[in-house]
Design a protein around this ligand. Structure first.
Ligand code: SAM
Length: 329
């Protein structure tokens, strides 16, 4: 039985948070005191993740993304990639990373079976990068970006959360990066995820139209139709550029009608929608295949269309205290 929800949307994509610890402390994602090590102890095991992916594949899932937390700090990440990439039916295995460890690990990741990476990078200025990540070193991530290109983890996508007063002055510099580099630089609207960040979100949110305007400062953007399944980005090319600029607008122009994914939190809960409160705890299935299948099917009932995050100011911060770190961005 395939995974099709009440709105006829077929789920062929699983995003799995493999750890809820991170080696950076981005101010909008990770608590100041850092991600508690105890979280990591509840992470799903290699066997549990492999089994889940096999079951999901038998129900039509073809794409898997490993995320976190920072997936590259999980000690058994290479083994995990090798097991997941070997699952029959999985044709695309990608990973979202802050890139800090990518320079050292890229070739091993390729050998293990990883197809491609998305790298989060919110500033091209070393001081601003350090401020946003609370101590991160820009050069490490940049080296990771270029190593990923060399190793063929392509297309290499750079994810930039665009925030007013934080990195809006750098948006045109990010777009300029595509002139000489075959990168997909994607600007993402800051999402209201963590209820502790309500004021901060109000102060920093930058809508798609403004982000796009800032990119156009360096030249007109020409829409580029690329095959990308049900990916949320719309892509553009600046005249003569090697790479592409993309925009992802979960808040001001949601793409729920195309949503083809389920998320699994690091502690093994199915999240029907990034913004949903409901979660199904896979641990309750105690590894029984039929029960895991039932839970995946149950999750479909809780998938909204649309998520209403743009329309319901009170419901905006509806994920309690779970941030992206735990949910898996
Ligand atoms: N550590 C990995 C990384 O840095 O890419 C993966 C996990 S991180 C939670 C995944 C992505 O979520 C990052 O690109 C981060 O910028 C994004 N993110 C976190 N909180 C967000 C928010 N409130 N709105 C938009 N993106 C967010």
């Amino acid at each position: 039985m395939n995974l099709i929800d009440a709105y006829g949307r077929e789920i062929d994509y699983l995003r799995i948070s493999v750890i809820d610890k991170c080696n950076l402390k981005c101010f909008y994602c990770v608590p100041e005191e850092g991600a508690c090590a105890a979280y990591a102890e509840h992470s799903m095991s290699l066997d549990e993740i492999e089994k889940l992916v096999k079951i999901a594949s038998s129900m039509g899932v073809r794409k898997v993304r490993l995320t976190g937390g920072e997936p590259l700090i999980r000690p058994d990440i290479l083994e995990l990639i090798s097991r997941v990439s070997a699952v029959e039916g999985i044709s695309d295995l990608s990973l979202t990373t802050n890139g800090i460890m990518l320079n050292k690990m890229a070739s091993k990741l390729v050998k293990a079976g990883l197809s491609r990476v998305n790298i989060s990078l919110d500033s091209l200025d070393p001081e601003n990068f350090k401020r946003i990540t609370r101590g991160g070193i820009l050069d490490k991530t940049l080296k990771g970006v270029y190593r990923a290109l060399e190793e063929g983890l392509t297309p290499v996508k750079i994810n930039v959360v665009a925030m007013k007063g934080i990195n809006d002055r750098e948006i045109s510099n990010f777009a300029r990066l595509t002139l000489e580099n075959d990168l997909h630089v994607r600007f993402i609207e800051y999402m209201p995820i963590n209820n502790e960040h309500e004021k901060q979100w109000g102060d920093c949110f930058l809508p798609l139209t403004e982000i796009q305007g800032l990119c156009e400062e360096i030249g007109p953007l020409k829409e580029e139709k690329i095959f990308q399944g049900n990916g949320p980005a719309t892509y553009y090319r600046i005249d003569g550029a090697k790479g592409l600029v993309g925009f992802i607008s979960p808040v001001s122009r949601h793409f729920c009608a195309k949503c083809n994914r389920l998320r699994i939190t690091a502690d093994g809960k199915i999240k029907p929608c990034l913004f949903s409160l409901e979660e199904m705890d896979l641990k309750e299935a105690e590894g029984r295949e039929e029960d895991i299948k039932k839970m995946l099917i149950k999750a479909l009932k809780y998938r909204p269309d649309p998520h209403m995050v743009d329309q319901d100011p009170r419901g905006r911060f509806n994920c309690n205290k779970r941030g992206m770190l735990q949910i898996g961005g």
